[in-house]
Design a binder for this molecule. Structure first.
Ligand SMILES: Cc1cc2nc3c(=O)[nH]c(=O)nc-3n(C[C@H](O)[C@H](O)[C@H](O)COP(=O)(O)OP(=O)(O)OC[C@H]3O[C@@H](n4cnc5c(N)ncnc54)[C@H](O)[C@@H]3O)c2cc1C
Length: 500
């Protein structure tokens, strides 16, 4: 089928059908739509987005200072040059995505305020039926699609993760989560306590420190940070030489990826050296004699969790000026006026910001079924971190943790387009990852090896995720530098994918 069309249902109700349905218009959905149009232009498709606009993460996060923690030369798509400073605000990222949508005419495929609430596979019809609710008109209807290209992200958008602490009910101030930052929150002249010290906290603290009376960061355990100028010298030099934006994007992207690969390798081979180098980088930015061992030396190895970039060292400037301070301790209880730590410190606060992360969401928490049998994703094994055993015609764009998420949007776009061509060549309507006879004795384990990467949200919810095997075909190996060579040539006829 090459055109969006309709099929008649027994009830007489007309249902729109597309070859490919992309779910979500975040950075993954927009990039995937580009690749689909570019590499499989004969496929009919639509992008359904629950929000009233594109951007996903970059639309819904509105806390002060919200910005990327990756450089945009790699977080940007490979096909659209980035021309700004490497670390970008959410507004800049949305502008960039908006340009991609306009330049490639993607607007006519994206339907906003369309939320998918259920997805059912029919073996008889070889297609998915999705239930859709429109938040702008309150209409509910169904659509069908031969293939679901899931770009709905990996965390729950509706609410962030806030642990339950004793005494929270007795606290008289306001508790806010960065994911649902209230528009009316006035922190001017207020004492703010930020719980958590990941990239989000590192962004919020400098953004509010000047206006707040004081900002205290309470962390259970420290995080690694890399301070640096929000500029790319190579990009600036090439721009001075009037090299084209396309070339600059490609060169700086390659150089950044090369450097990141070296750092990642070093972090595995020489963790102590990398740790010392990271700590040496922040020492001069902190007050003389500051207890770096206590507040900035994580228990984990560098790169076991994401390393947060701090543009222009703004977090440390706040600490140096005395407007912000760090407390490394655990919460014993909330009190009426703040928090008491297990170490016995009373931290007074008018506002508590819980920068404590998010809830992992598996396939958008959409109920899926196969011919009426509900899908339990934890019973499936992933095929290369994008498809799942027993689940036909579906791929999930799950990016990288250690490298920019979007790098995987591009290489998965190539992979899926190649998969579609392979299906056409075989005359197949359905592709289903299936363990081969030779995989029968393969050890099946969690989605991600906790020794390799262990952020809290993943540790908390890994039991809900699809499983991994010990062979590379059955893993999301999270290594861009390996995948960029493997995926383009991966054998689509090695028996892992069953075609019918
Ligand atoms: C504050 C913050 C900063 C980050 N910074 C970086 C960074 O610098 N570098 C990096 O690599 N990663 C970063 N990440 C990770 C980031 O989430 C990803 O890089 C990327 O933005 C995810 O894009 P996505 O399109 O896959 O998902 P999302 O941005 O989550 O977008 C998913 C979209 O799908 C829609 N959707 C979901 N369910 C449905 C449904 N049922 N029906 C219809 N539509 C649906 C949502 O409304 C949303 O618009 C950051 C994350 C956060 C929270």
């Amino acid at each position: 089928m090459t055109q969006a069309d309709t099929i008649a249902r027994p009830t007489g109700q007309k249902i729109e059908h597309v070859d490919v349905l992309i779910v979500g218009a975040g950075i993954s959905g927009v990039g995937s739509a580009y690749h689909l149009l570019d590499q499989a232009p004969d496929k009919s498709f639509a992008v359904l987005e629950a929000y009233e606009t594109f951007g996903g993460t970059w639309h819904m996060h509105t806390y002060p200072g919200v910005r990327s923690d990756s450089d945009l030369y790699t977080f940007g798509y490979r096909f659209k040059p980035w021309v700004g400073a490497p670390i970008a605000s959410s507004a800049e990222i949305k502008k960039y995505m908006g340009e991609v949508i306009t330049e490639h005419g993607l607007d006519k495929y994206i339907r906003y305020s369309h939320k998918i609430t259920k997805a059912s596979w029919s073996s008889l019809e070889s297609r998915w039926t999705v239930d859709v609710t429109r938040s702008d008109t309150n209409e509910s209807f169904q659509m069908t699609a031969s293939f679901l290209w899931m770009c709905q992200g990996y965390y729950k958008h509706s609410e962030g993760y806030t642990p339950e602490w004793p005494g929270m009910d007795s606290y008289k101030g306001r508790i806010v989560h960065p994911q649902t930052w209230p528009k009316d929150l006035d922190y001017t002249g207020k004492k703010v306590l930020v719980i958590g010290s990941g990239a989000t906290a590192a962004t919020i603290v400098p953004a509010i420190a000047a206006d707040a009376e004081h900002v205290t960061v309470l962390q259970r355990s420290p995080t690694f940070f890399v301070p640096g100028r929000n500029a790319n010298e190579l990009a600036d030099t090439l721009r001075q030489l009037e090299i084209s934006d396309e070339w600059i994007h490609e060169i700086v992207r390659r150089k950044t990826l090369f450097d990141q690969q070296q750092v990642t390798k070093m972090a595995v081979e020489y963790p102590d050296l990398v740790r010392d180098t990271l700590l040496d980088g922040i020492r001069p930015l902190l007050p003389e004699g500051y207890d770096i061992g206590k507040h900035f030396t994580p228990k984990y190895r560098p790169w076991q969790q994401r390393i947060a970039f701090v543009p222009d060292g703004d977090l440390f400037a706040g600490i140096k000026s005395g407007k912000a301070s760090m407390v490394t301790d655990e919460i014993e209880t909330f009190t009426a006026t703040g928090v008491r730590t297990k170490g016995g410190e009373n931290l007074e606060a008018d506002i508590v910001v819980t920068a404590t992360g998010f809830h992992l969401s598996v396939l958008g928490d959409i109920p899926f079924d196969l011919d009426g049998t509900p899908v339990n994703w934890a019973d499936t094994v992933t095929y290369r971190g994008m498809m799942f055993t027993g689940i036909p015609n579906l791929a999930w764009v799950f990016g990288y943790f250690r490298a920019s998420w979007t790098l995987r949007v591009d290489i998965m776009g190539d992979f899926i387009a190649r998969l579609f061509k392979n299906m056409e060549a075989k005359g197949a309507k359905v592709v289903t990852p299936t363990l081969r006879a030779e995989d029968a004795d393969m050890k099946i384990g969690p989605w991600m090896d906790p020794d390799n990467f262990n952020p809290n949200y993943l540790v908390r919810s890994q039991h809900l995720m699809p499983k991994s095997g010990t062979k590379s075909e059955w893993q999301h190996n999270q290594d861009y530098w390996v995948e960029k060579d493997i995926l383009p040539t991966a054998d689509l006829n090695d028996g892992c994918l069953k075609y019918s």
